[in-house]
Design a protein around this ligand. Structure first.
Ligand code: GAR
Length: 214
């Protein structure tokens, strides 16, 4: 990876995590050259945030492809063409094809709104509330072919309060996402954090359990 690395971001939604990453870069807390922001939704707020920051954007419509693999292979080819070395999923809501993502294993990071391995997939806040959990949170992990199943790097914990709603809990979890994601991407950009044969290496040591945000 170059120093600073070339970073591409994939996002399907509002883009608040992308905005947090760009704000961290502005503050000098994250080194990295954002070369492309891609989306499966032309209307994604994340694309507008990228445009405002003068970052090239790419919107591809999955409906124009015969199947998931064809879409993902084209998407990943374009990401490679952008020169990206590190791929950051920031609210990218599509399941990735295992074959297409393989070349990016170790260089692709995701943030997920739950304390993984709990609640992979969708509706994580609702599921945590329905289960009567006392805490919830967010996890940053390396992406592998297993959905929300790659090695964990850093987690934030949020207490679940009496009378909590899905929206209220989601907002509190997201506020922590905006802290932990720039932190992890910053550590990767600085070469402190890396994939090491399926495990996470931080400052030269294998991380056996995920870090927790203070
Ligand atoms: C974030 O809360 C992120 O954790 C979640 O989507 C949201 C995107 O928000 N990601 C997933 O659920 C991935 N499985 P944003 O567009 O405002 O960054």
């Amino acid at each position: 990876m170059s120093s600073p690395p070339r970073i591409a971001v994939l996002a399907s939604g509002r883009g608040s995590n992308l905005a947090a990453l760009l704000a961290a870069r502005e503050r000098g807390e994250l080194s990295g050259d954002f070369v492309l922001v891609g989306s499966d939704k032309a209307s994604a707020g994340a694309l507008r945030i990228a445009e405002a920051a003068n970052i090239p954007t790419l919107a591809l419509d999955p409906r124009s492809y015969p199947d998931r693999r064809a879409f993902d292979l084209d998407l990943f080819a374009r990401l490679a063409d952008s020169g990206a070395e590190l791929l950051v999923l920031a609210g990218y809501m599509r399941i990735l094809d295992a074959q297409a993502l393989t070349p990016w294993i170790g260089r692709m990071i995701n943030i997920h709104p739950s304390l993984l391995p709990k609640y992979r997939g969708l509706h994580t806040h609702r599921r945590a509330l329905e289960a009567g959990d006392s805490e919830h949170g967010a996890s940053v992990h390396f992406v592998t072919a297993e959905l929300d199943g790659g090695p964990l790097v850093l987690q934030s914990r949020v207490p679940i309060l009496p009378g909590d709603t899905e929206e209220g809990l989601a907002a509190r979890v997201q506020a922590t996402e905006h802290i932990i994601y720039p932190k992890v991407i910053g550590m990767m950009a600085d070469g402190r954090l890396a994939w090491d044969e399926g495990r996470v290496r931080l400052d030269g040591k294998i991380l056996d359990t995920p870090m927790e945000s203070e």
